[in-house]
Design a protein around this ligand. Structure first.
Ligand SMILES: Nc1nc2c(ncn2[C@@H]2O[C@H](COP(=O)(O)OP(=O)(O)OP(=O)(O)O)[C@@H](O)[C@H]2O)c(=O)[nH]1
Ligand SMILES: [Mg+2]
Length: 464
């Protein structure tokens, strides 16, 4: 076997499949609180440019490790014979339902796979694991133990002592919360198991890093397109010759708002797909802020500039000059640059979130008239949309494919990078240009997309 193959093995319900899902970035891996969820071995290859760099195999948990070990111990032989004894065990019990799990999880090891033994470090060590570890040692395969922390207890110390006697490398790896760097570190540790596996795993790490960067660019592009489309969006409706009444205007405003909400929603779905989530549920009830209506006053306060913030710093001119207004864009300070006063045309532009776009009655070339709403005039709007989009992207990026819960937000948005004044000025220029445009100019989109990517990058180094 030339390419590295790893079988993820262990007791039932200790997070084997969760580790596979996280490393393979695959939401289709079956994970549940019921022991015995994984009944058959399944392979997850990491393929780059048509070449398989390494393979992970998810396996069922041990069911009768003690009995299996007793059978093996009853065979006569010395240490050199042990791998053969394990092989004989599997050959002789293939049809034996009692040892179905043992045969399925040992088979890949007999074909040369490395061992990734998973335990739950939040529960105490117990004798029942000794037989499992002993059988694994008998296979003679290179092995690494992973302490997964499922619950709140902490028995890492005793696990480390026990595992250290059987496995050369012991690592703590939290399947559910492992960030990108932890995943990379783990792959590099796999490379320590066998010298000739290392090059493939180093390439896998490089491919992973490249993929991460590409995903960010794609996400930034999607967000830029969506944001620009939302800023310039208009909705028109033909109206009777008699002057359109308020109900008709209100209908049109409502339709316009629905358009924007659905544009934002489409953008989120697309960003989720970039990160290989196709069936991600969002927790509407709990995600108070992110899923709050785009037009809710609370959303504007959280993600955009507020009138109070501007006024509190001694007027718009002062705010711009000093660059001291803090903007709660999910922790981003997406401040407007100088010239803010001119742009918003006075503080009246900071009316309620609802009064965001002009509504106009226009004559139609072929007679009759139409009502038109949009484009978005409120200069706070792009910051609200961008803040929400960056926050959502961050949560999706940080999520692991082992999480099965709906996408849910902690109470306080994590602090992301404070955008520099230059960055804010350049964003404001782009937004202002967009507001004036009838059609989206590709060069402007490129600039917006690059700025958004910059904000994502900056978010990495921001203090928590
Ligand atoms: N909080 C938390 N829960 C985890 C973690 N890893 C696994 N779990 C949970 O533990 C349970 C078992 O996870 P699985 O990945 O299905 O475990 P398994 O070892 O593959 O189980 P079997 O296939 O039944 O042998 C699931 O409810 C997971 O959500 C973790 O790192 N943190
Ligand atoms: Mg499983």
């Amino acid at each position: 076997m030339t390419r590295p193959v790893f079988a993820v093995v262990g007791h039932p319900n200790k997070g084997k499949s969760s580790i596979v899902a996280t490393l393979a970035g695959d939401e289709s891996v079956a994970i549940s609180a019921l022991p015995g969820t994984t009944a058959a071995a399944r392979e997850y290859p990491m393929v780059v440019d048509g070449e398989t760099l390494y393979v992970l195999i998810d396996t069922p948990g041990f069911q009768r490790a003690r009995e299996a070990l007793e059978w093996m111990q009853a065979q006569s032989g010395s240490s050199v014979d042990r791998p053969d004894i394990v092989r004989r065990f599997v050959e002789q019990h293939r049809q034996d339902e009692r040892f179905a799990a043992e045969c399925r999880l040992l088979a890949p090891l007999l074909e040369g796979a490395g061992i990734l033994y998973v335990v739950d470090g939040s529960r105490p060590f117990g004798d029942e694991y000794e037989a499992e570890m002993e059988i694994l040692r008998w296979t003679g395969q290179p092995s690494l133990a992973l302490i997964n922390m499922i619950g709140s207890g902490d028995y890492r110390g005793e696990w480390q002592k026990a595992l250290g006697q059987f496995f050369r490398i012991v690592r703590v790896f939290n399947a559910m919360n492992a960030d990108f760097d932890k995943r990379v570190q783990l792959l590099l540790a796999f490379g320590q198991l066998r010298e000739d596996w290392r090059p493939a795993l180093e390439r896998a790490v490089q491919a992973l890093q490249a993929e991460q960067a590409l995903r960010r660019s794609l996400a930034a592009r999607l967000i830029a397109e969506c944001l620009a489309a939302m800023i310039v969006h208009r909705r028109r409706q033909a109206v009777p010759d008699t002057a359109p009444g308020e109900p008709l205007r209100e209908q049109l405003r409502a339709a316009y708002r629905r358009d924007l909400v659905s544009m934002e929603n489409d953008c989120r779905r697309q960003v989720e797909q970039v990160y290989h989530y196709r069936h991600l549920q969002r927790q509407e009830a709990l995600v108070e802020v992110l899923d709050a209506d785009l037009f809710a006053a609370q959303t504007w306060r959280l993600f955009g500039l507020t009138r109070q913030q501007l006024v509190a710093t001694g007027g718009l001119g002062g705010a711009a000059a000093g660059g001291v207004v803090d903007v709660a864009v999910g922790g981003h300070s997406l401040l407007l640059g100088t010239g803010i006063g001119a742009l918003i045309g006075g503080i009246s532009a900071w009316a309620t979130a609802d009064r965001v776009a002009d509504i106009k009655l226009l004559g139609r070339p072929l007679g009759g008239q139409e009502l038109s709403v949009g484009p978005m005039r409120n200069i706070n709007f792009p910051y609200v949309v961008l803040g929400r989009a960056l926050w959502h992207q961050r949560m999706v990026e940080d999520r692991t494919h082992a999480s099965r819960a709906p996408l849910e937000i902690a109470a306080v948005p994590g602090a992301l990078q404070v955008a520099g004044l230059q960055q804010r000025k350049s964003l404001e220029k782009i937004f202002a240009a967009l507001r004036k445009q009838a059609a989206l100019e590709p060069a402007l989109l490129d600039r917006l997309s690059a700025s958004i990517e910059g904000l994502m990058q900056a978010g990495d180094t921001a203090p928590p």
